[in-house]
Design a protein around this ligand. Sequence first.
Ligand code: C5P
Length: 232
Amino acid sequence: MGKDVIIACDFAGRYETIRFLEKFGYRRPFIKIGMELFYAEGPGMVRELKTRGHKIFLDLKLHDIPNTVGKAMASLSKLDVDMTNLHAAGGSEMMRRAVEGLTRPDGTRPLLIAVTQLTSTSEQRLHDELLIGASMEETVMSYARLAQASGLDGVVCSPLESPRVHEGVSPSFLTVTPGVRFADGDVGDQSRVATPARAKELGSDYIVVGRPITASDDPLREYERCCDEFIG
Ligand code: C5P
């Protein structure tokens, strides 16, 4: 899989999701399903969207003991998604077991991406609540290297962090980047944003775009604009 635009389908249920995707006509964009939709509609929703021809990033951010995560990943593996994720904070053993659980009998598996530190965690909270003494940047890079050493394929990060991850971990370690906004668009609650064109220059492998597409009157036009800027 090469560079692609992933639409964050942050909808409450099946009805809203299908109504939204019908606006794409014959196009079948790569989509992200998060906890909101998955917990509302369950695995049947993932199967339905796969059957309709979408690639799926299942964003459930697993974090539990290695045995539980390994077995949960084995269940997700049967859903045949294209990408899924976990929290690197679960440690190397949990990540290794996740890779094992996700691997299909034929040796293939969905891409597995690590969340390092949530963007909602401030440097202060990192120190005061999580009692992590290292800086945010050191923590993120250390978790990214641990994820790579554990066999994962990449991390979720800001497009602005892609160059550092590619330099500090490996050029082939994937960066999946939310926080994308058009130059003339609303930033909303995102703080460290880049345009799709800038994300491309910075070397993002996948951009995850939600509201600039989902809240538009013409989602297909905005999606195509994203693809033109990011993929070219
Ligand atoms: O609507 P918007 O483009 O901001 O959506 C971005 C998507 O990426 C949302 O689903 C959001 O939860 C997710 N995300 C993020 N920042 C992170 C990790 C995930 O915005 N650090």
